[in-house]
Design a protein around this ligand. Structure first.
Ligand code: MV4
Length: 667
C-alpha cells in the first residue's frame, strides 16, 4: 500500500479522498491554484503544493506541474478525482512514465471508452445490449434513411463524437430525415470535427440508470449495483439515488452482468460506471462508460457500506478486490443532492461570493455532507460553484426522502444564492416522491418547481420583525452594561413612556413587496400587528444561536442570519431573505454616506447603540430616536466608523440636528 498519495483535484472530492487516505494511514499531498491557497482541501492535506494561477488551464489541468509536485513530494500515487485530468490519457501515461501509480483504469480502457462509436462496437461484441439502431461506417444519406425507416420513427440522429446531449436530432417522420441528417452532420463537423453519425430508436421518457463496476489487476470484476440519475437539468445531474426505484432483482442482475461484461471487454481495472438508458418498461441499453469515480458514488457507498476510494487505492496498489460478488448486499436506500451556489430564479446562474454563514446539517449515520468549503470561504468564479453533496440514507426510499427534506431544511447558506429551496421542492414534488422518474422530470414539473408569486407565510414576516426587536433589546442591554448608568430606565426596551406605551414600526421588504409589522410591548414579549392579525409573540436566542419563538402559542426554533441590511429567515424548511428598512434611515445632510447623520424630524434620543470608535457594517443600528410616539433606528449608511454622538440619551433633538459623526470606509 502507498505511504503517500497526491490528489490532483480540489473542492469536495479532494477533501473526500483525503479523508479516506487519512483513515488508511496514508499521507496526502494537495495541489492548489493561487485562488485556492486557503481552501479546505489544502488545510486538510498533510502537504500542499501551489501549481499555478487560478484558471484550470494554468493549474489543475497542467500535467507537468502535477507530475512535478508528485515527484517533489515523493507521492507514490496520484488520485485524479473526477473532471479535470481524471479521464485524460496523456496524464495517465505521464504517471506511468514517471513511475507514479495512477488511481484509475489503464490508458487502453480510457482510450477505448473515449469515442462513442468505438465504445458501442466494443459493447456489441461483448453482448452488451445497444439501443436498436445503426452504428456503422456507411454514412450515405440514402442508406441512413433506409436504416431509419427500418428502425421505425421516431429516431434519434446522434453525432458519434458528440456527448452530453450535443449533436442530437429527433426525427418523427421519414420526410424530415434528410434535412435533419444534413443539419446534424454540419453541427458534428463544426463542433467535433467529425461528422460521423449513428441512428437510434428514440426512447421517449427514458431513465438514466448506471451500474457501478470495480475491476482489479487479478481479473476480478464485480458490480456494486445501480444508481438512478434521471433527475437532470441540461445534462447535469441534480439528484441521484441508489438503488434505482422499481428495479427487479432479475433486471438488476442482468444490468450488473452487462456492466461487468462491458468492463471486462476493455480489461477494466479500478472504479468504473456503465451508463444505461432505460425505457419505462425497464428494458435497458448501453449509453456510455465513464472511467472515473463519479460524483454520485456516495449513494453506492451508503447502501453497500463500502468505501470506494479505499477500494480504488487497494486496487491501484495491486491488491485484489476486498469482496466477491456474492458477498455484496444492498441495505436501505440513499439519495444525494448536489448543493450549488447558483440562482434557480436566474436560470441557475452561478453565484459568486463569500459564504458569510454556512451551517450544514449535523452528520450522523443517516446524513453525510461531502464539502470543499467552510464558513467565510469564497465561491470562486474559476471553478464549479458546488457547495456540497448532501447524502442521506435510511431503511426505505420513503424514509430517505424524509431525511433529505429535513437535511435540506437544516442546511443554511448565507452570502450566495443557492439551489437548496429548489432541491427541497424537487424532493417534495409528487412525481419524484412517487418515483415517476425520467430525464424530463424537471421540465415536466416546472410549475411545481418554480412557483410564480408564491406568498411567504405571515409567520416569516413576524419572525423577521421579532428578530429585529430581540436584537435591539440585546443591543440595549449591551449598551446598558457598557454605560455609566446601567440601571437607567432609558436602556429598557419595554416600551414604557411617560405618556403611555410606545410602539415600534418594523418595515421589511421581501423581493419587491414592502410591508410593516407594528409592534407593541407586552412585558417580556410583544404584540405584533400584521395582515390584520394581532399575535402575542415572544422570542429569545438559544445558546446555539437559534431563535426560540412563541407565535401565539406555537413554539418553534428558527434561524435568522443578519448580513448588512438583509435578514435571512430560515423557517419550516424554507428560507426567506428580507431587507430591513427603516423609514428614518437617512444618509445624512450631505446626501452621501459621509459626514453626520441628521435627525429627519424632532424627537428624543432614547438609546446610543454602537460604541464610539466602533467599525460597523452598512445597516448596523447606531442609535434609536423616539419620534411620533414610535421608535426609529438610525442605521449606518455604509460600512464605516462611529466617530462621535452629538447627543446623550434623553436629550431632545430638533429636525435636521446632526446626531452622529460617521466616517464611511473608502471604496
Ligand atoms: C437518447 C435519448 C433517447 N433516445 N438516446 C443524452 C446525452 C447522452 N447521455 C444520451 N442522451 C440521450 N440519448 C435515445 N435513443 C435521450 C437522451 C437524453 C438523456 C439521456 C440520459 C440522461 C439525460 C438525458 C437528457 C436528455 C436526453
Amino acid at each position: 500500500m502507498f505511504n503517500k498519495i497526491l490528489i490532483a483535484n480540489r473542492g469536495e472530492i479532494a477533501c473526500r479522498v483525503i479523508k479516506t487516505a487519512r483513515r488508511m494511514g496514508i499521507r496526502t499531498v494537495a495541489v492548489y491554484s493561487e485562488a485556492d491557497a486557503g481552501a479546505r482541501h489544502v488545510r486538510l492535506a498533510d502537504e500542499a503544493v501551489c501549481i499555478g494561477a487560478p484558471p484550470p488551464r494554468e493549474s489543475y489541468l497542467v500535467v507537468d506541474k502535477i507530475i512535478g509536485a508528485a515527484l517533489a513530494t515523493g507521492a507514490q500515487a496520484i488520485h485524479p478525482g473526477y473532471g479535470f485530468l481524471s479521464e485524460n490519457e496523456e496524464f495517465a501515461e505521464a504517471c506511468a512514465k514517471n513511475g507514479i501509480a495512477f488511481v484509475g483504469p489503464p490508458v487502453s480502457a480510457i482510450r477505448a471508452m473515449g469515442l462513442k462509436s468505438e465504445s458501442k462496437k466494443l459493447m456489441e461484441t461483448a453482448g452488451v445490449p445497444l439501443t436498436p439502431g445503426y452504428h456503422g461506417d456507411n454514412q450515405d444519406a440514402g442508406f441512413l434513411r433506409q436504416q431509419a425507416d427500418a428502425i421505425g420513427y421516431p429516431v434519434l440522429i446522434k453525432a458519434s463524437a458528440g456527448g452530453g446531449g450535443k449533436g442530437m436530432r429527433a426525427v418523427w417522420k421519414g420526410e424530415d430525415f434528410a434535412e435533419a441528417l444534413a443539419s446534424c452532420q454540419r453541427e458534428a463537423k463544426s463542433s467535433f470535427g467529425d461528422q460521423h453519425v449513428l441512428i437510434e430508436k428514440y426512447l421517449q421518457r427514458p431513465r438514466h440508470i448506471e451500474s457501478q463496476v470495480f475491476g482489479d489487476s487479478h481479473g476480478n470484476c464485480v458490480y456494486l449495483f445501480e444508481r438512478d440519475c434521471s433527475v437532470q437539468r441540461r445534462h447535469q445531474k441534480v439528484l441521484e439515488e441508489a438503488p434505482a426505484p422499481g428495479m427487479t432483482p432479475e433486471r438488476r442482475a442482468a444490468m450488473g452482468k452487462a456492466a461487468v461484461d462491458a468492463a471486462q471487454a476493455v480489461g477494466y481495472v479500478g472504479a468504473g460506471t456503465v451508463e444505461f438508458i432505460v425505457n419505462q418498461d425497464g428494458t435497458f441499453y448501453f449509453m456510455e462508460m465513464n472511467t472515473r469515480l463519479q460524483v454520485e458514488h456516495p449513494v453506492t457507498e451508503m447502501i453497500t457500506g463500502l468505501d470506494l476510494v479505499e477500494w480504488q487505492l487497494k486496487v491501484a496498489a495491486g491488491e485484489p478486490l476486498p469482496l466477491a460478488q456474492e458477498q455484496l448486499r444492498i441495505h436501505g436506500h440513499a439519495l444525494e443532492a448536489r448543493i450549488y451556489a447558483e440562482d434557480p430564479d436566474k436560470g441557475f446562474l452561478p453565484s459568486i461570493g463569500k459564504l458569510i454563514h454556512l451551517a450544514p446539517p449535523a452528520e450522523t449515520l443517516n446524513v453525510r455532507v461531502d464539502t470543499g468549503v467552510e464558513q467565510d470561504d469564497e465561491i470562486s468564479p474559476h471553478y464549479d460553484p458546488m457547495i456540497a453533496k448532501l447524502i442521506v440514507w435510511d431503511e426505505s426510499r420513503e424514509r430517505a426522502l424524509a431525511r433529505m427534506l429535513q437535511a435540506l431544511a437544516d442546511y443554511r447558506v448565507v452570502g450566495v444564492s443557492n439551489n437548496i429551496g429548489f432541491l427541497s421542492r424537487l424532493v417534495a414534488c409528487p412525481a419524484f416522491a412517487q418515483a415517476d422518474l425520467d430525464t424530463g422530470l424537471i421540465e415536466r414539473e416546472r410549475g411545481f418547481l418554480f412557483p410564480e408569486g408564491a406568498q411567504p407565510p405571515a409567520e416569516a414576516w413576524l419572525v423577521a420583525a421579532l428578530a429585529e426587536l430581540v436584537r435591539d433589546r440585546q443591543y440595549a442591554a449591551a449598551e446598558a452594561v457598557a454605560s455609566r448608568d446601567p440601571h437607567s430606565p432609558w436602556h429598557a426596551r419595554d416600551g414604557w413612556r411617560l405618556n403611555g406605551m410606545t410602539r415600534r414600526e418594523i418595515r421589511l421588504r421581501l423581493d419587491e413587496t414592502e410591508r410593516t409589522v407594528n409592534a407593541g410591548y407586552a412585558g417580556d414579549g410583544f404584540v405584533l400587528e400584521f395582515d390584520g392579525q394581532t399575535t402575542l409573540a415572544a422570542a429569545r436566542f438559544t445558546d446555539a444561536g437559534e431563535l426560540r419563538v412563541d407565535l401565539g402559542g406555537r413554539r418553534i426554533n428558527v434561524t435568522v442570519v443578519s448580513a448588512n441590511e438583509k435578514r435571512h429567515v430560515f423557517i419550516d424548511g424554507l428560507c426567506f431573505v428580507f431587507a430591513a428598512i427603516d423609514p428614518l434611515f437617512h444618509a445624512g445632510s450631505g446626501g452621501g454616506a459621509e459626514g453626520g447623520l441628521t435627525a429627519p424630524m424632532p424627537g428624543k434620543v432614547i438609546a446610543l447603540i454602537a460604541p464610539v470608535g466602533s467599525k460597523v457594517e452598512k445597516g448596523t443600528p447606531l442609535l434609536i430616536l423616539e419620534a411620533m410616539k414610535m421608535e426609529h433606528t438610525i442605521a449606518a449608511p455604509a460600512a464605516g466608523t462611529v466617530k462621535a454622538f452629538h447627543f446623550t440619551v434623553g436629550e431632545q433633538v430638533s429636525d435636521g440636528a446632526e446626531l452622529v459623526e460617521f466616517e464611511a470606509e473608502k471604496n
